[in-house]
Design a protein around this ligand. Sequence first.
Ligand code: GCB
Length: 918
Amino acid sequence: MVFSWPVGAALRPLRAAGRQLVLLLLLGLVATAGRAQGRVTQRLNTGWLFRKDAARRLNPAAPPAEGWEAVSLPHTWNAQDVLDDEPGYYRGAGWYRKTLHLPADWAQHRLYLHFEGANQETAVYVNGRLVGQHAGGYTAFRVPLNAALAATGAPAGTAELLVKVDNRHNPRIPPLSADFTFYGGLYRDVYLLAAQPVHFDLDNYASAGVFVTTPQVSAAAATVQLRGAVQNDAATARTVRVRSRLLDAAGQTVGEHTTKLKLNAGQQASFAQAFKPLRQPRLWSPAAPYLYRAVSEVLDERGQALDEVTNPVGLRWFRFDAAQGFFLNGQPLKLIGTNRHQDQPGLGNALPEALHERDVRLVKQLGGNFLRVSHYPQHPAVLQACDRLGILASVEIPVVNAITESEAFYQRCDSMQTEMIRQSYNHPSVIIWAYMNEVLLQLPAGLKKDNDAGRAYLQNVARLARRLDNLTRREDPTRATMLVCHGAFELYRDAGLLRIPTVLGWNLYQGWYSPRLEDFPAFLERHRRELPDKPLLVTEYGADADIRLHSPQPRRFDKTSEYATRYHQYYLREILARPFVAGSAVWNLAEFNSEKRQEAVPHVNNKGLMTGERQPKDAYLFYQARLLAAPFVAIGARGWRRRAGVAAGPDSLYCVQPVEVFTNQPTVELRLNGRVLGMEPAAEGVARFQVPFGPGVNQLTASVPGQAVTDQADVDFQLLPTKLASAALPFTELNVSLGDERQFSDEARQQVWLPEQAYQPGGWGYVGGRAYKQEGNGQLPYGSARNILGTDYDALYQTQRVGLSQFRLDVPAGQYEVTLHFAELEQAPPAEALAYNLEKAAAGSAPAPATRPTRSFDVRLNGQLVLPALGPDNYLTPLQAVSFTFPVTVQAAQGITLEFQALRGEAVLNGLQVKRLY
Ligand code: GCB
C-alpha cells in the first residue's frame, strides 16, 4: 500500500503521540537492559500541584508560591461539581506544576513531554517559557523541551514545569455541545521521554513513528510491512541500521529486516521494510485474537541499540458488504457490542488505566465483539485491550451535534482526525475511523434547512464531511470511514451526507424517544431500499433504566429495567434478522455523566447496560443470554433484592410478583427456598416466572436441566396485609410513591416504595385526584422529567397525585410516624431544551405554564391541621423537595386519615411514609 503522507513531515511545535509507544518502549527498556541505554520513558503521575485560575490571571513566569493543592494524575477538577444541584460545572482554567529532575547524562538527549490527553486547551511552560500548546481534549500530544532548556539553562539539574489546561467553551474546537460532560483537567497520563540524539521520529503527531500494514493476508500467507522515519539530532552525520524483527506470541522471531540509513546532522530519513511472507499465519479474530509483535531498533555502527519501538501486529482482513454485512477473514460476522464513554461517578473522566481495560473486558463478557469508542478517542489502554481480547473497534473524533462554520474549526477537525489515525494506526482491532456524530441534530440558532443561511450551513457540513472523509482515506486506505446520523433520513440525504463514507452509522431510538418500536425495522428497510450500496451499522440504540425502578407493566419512558429489557429484545431480534445490517452497538455500556440532563437520576444518562459503577442491569444479562455460547443462567433484577407488596388475599401470606431469568438454554427451573416452583421456557433469552414471595428472605435458585449452571438470589420481601389491622401479618411500615405505577427499591435507605392505589376499606390508598403528567411531554407516561433539588430521590418527587382529597390507612391502634413528601412540579422556569431529546414535539421540558395560578392547601392529620396553607409562600417552592414528619397516636378503629383541602389551585402529594413505632 502507498502512504500518501510524508512520514515525519509537518514538524510543528506540538506533535501528538500514541500511548502504545510508551508502553512498548517500556517493554523495549526491559529488553535492552544491560546494553547501551536507549530511550528512557518515565511516567510522571505523582507529585503534582494544582490550582484553579478562574480569573485567568496566573503569570507563568512568576507562579504564586501558595494556594496549590497536591494531586496525582489522572486528575479532573469536575469529578464532584457535575453531580451537585447547581446547574453547570467549572469550565475554565486550571494549572498544574511539577519540578522535573534531569540527570546530567541526559545532556545530549532529546527530551519530550508526552501528554496522553488534557481537556481541552493546553499550554506547557518550562522554566516560565511556553514550549508548546495543544487544542482538543481527547488525543495525545508531545512537547519538545530541548530549546527551552537550552535557553533557560543547561538541560541538566531541575526544570520547573507548569501546565495550563482550560475546558471553557471554544467555538473553534469540537465538541461544541453534546450529551456528555466536558470534564477539565490533566486527566490522562503524562510521560517524560529522553531519547538518544538518533531516534525514531518523535515529531509525527505523537504517533509511534513506525507504522504497520498487512497488505495481503489470507489463511495461506500474510505480508507485514513497516514504515517509519529516523531522526538524527546529533551534531555529526551518522550511519545507522534499522533492524525490525517480527515475533510470534511465544517470542520466536518469524521475520527480520534490516535497512541501512545515512543521516546528515539534523536530517530525517524514512524507511520501508517488508518481511518475507508468513506461511499459514495465525489469524487475529474475536475468537482467537492472536498477536504478533514487530520490534524495531535503531542500531549504531557497533550494533548498539539507540532506540526501540514495539508495535502489535494482528493478521486479519475484513470488508463491509451493503447486502450481506460484515466479513472478517472471509467469514460473515455480525458486529455486536456497545458504545463506551470514559467516565465513572466520583472519578469523572480521570480513570486509572485498569478501569479503562475493565470496560473492554465487560464488552467481551457480554458476548460482544465490537466497541464503538464514542464520541472521541479514548485512553490507549482501550484499544490495547481490544487488540488483546479480540474486540473490533470504531474510533471517532468529537464532531457532535453541530459545527462552527470557520476554517479554524475545520483545521482543528483535520488535526484531530490525523492525530487519532496516526496514534491508533497500529491497532489491529480498529476497523473504522469515524468523524461526525449526529452533526445535523442542532442547526445553529436562526438557521432552518430551507433558509439561505441554513442551506449554506448544510453545504458547509457536507464540505467538511467530504474533507474529513478524504483525509481519512488518504491517511489510511485500509480501514472504513464512517459518518453517524440520527434518524432524520431526509435531512442527511438532502444535505448530501449519506453517500460520503464507506459505512453509514444510524443512531435509532424508535420506541424510546419516539413512540413506536416498529418504526425501527421500517427505518432499516428504508435504508436498504434507498441506499442499496451503502453498508449500515446501527451505531446507537438504547433505553434508560434506573435500577431502582420496577414495574410489572413496563411502559416506554418509565425508566424501568423491565421496559429496557423488552426494548433490547425487540431491537436485537430485528438486527439479527437482517443480514444487511453489518452490526450494532448499544448506547451505552455503562451510565455516564451528562451534567445538563434532568432525569430519574439527574446529570446521568441512564441508558447504560450497567450502572456507572458497572453493576450489570437486566439488559446486560439479556445480552449475555443471547450472545454467550457457554451455558448461562442469571436471575434478573440484581438491584431489586428488596421488594414489597400486598398479600394476595386476606388470608394469604404471600404476594405474587414477576421474576425474570436470563439464559441461553431452552428452559429454566426455579426454586423458592428449595421448593421447585416450576419450569419455564426461555423466549429470546428470558424465562418469566410468577413467584409467590413470603415475608422475609426468599431464596431463589435458577437451574437448567442437565447443565451445571445455576444462579441464586436472596430477595428480602416486605409483605403488607390486605387489611392493615391483620393480626397474622402485623403492619410495620408503608412507603408510597404517589402518581406512580412503579415500585422504587432503595438499597441506600433499605426502603421499598409501592406505587399508589385507590383506598379500599381496611387497607390504604388515596381518595380522589389524578396522577400528574407534565404537560406537552409526549414521552413520559406520567410525572415530570425535571431535576428535583435537595434530594437523591428525584424519581419519587417527580411523580405526584394532584387534586386528591384524602389519603387513608386503616392501621390498628398504636404509635406512628407519618412523613409527607412534596415538590412543586408546575411553577418552575422552563429547562433548557435538550437537543438529543429526539422527539421534537416533546422536548423533555415543557415550557412553564406561566399563567397557571399557584396552589395553596391545608393538610389535616386525623383532624388536626398540621400543614396550614402549604404553598409557594412557605415551603412549596418549584422543584424543591420538601418533607414533614409528624408523630401520631392512633386510637382503636381510628386509622390514619390525611385530608387535603385546596385553598387555591389543587392540592398535591408526592410521597407518603407511615411507620409504626409501637
Ligand atoms: C444520541 C447521541 C448520544 C446521546 C444519546 C441519548 O443519539 O449520539 O450522544 O447520549 O443519543 O441517550 O440520547
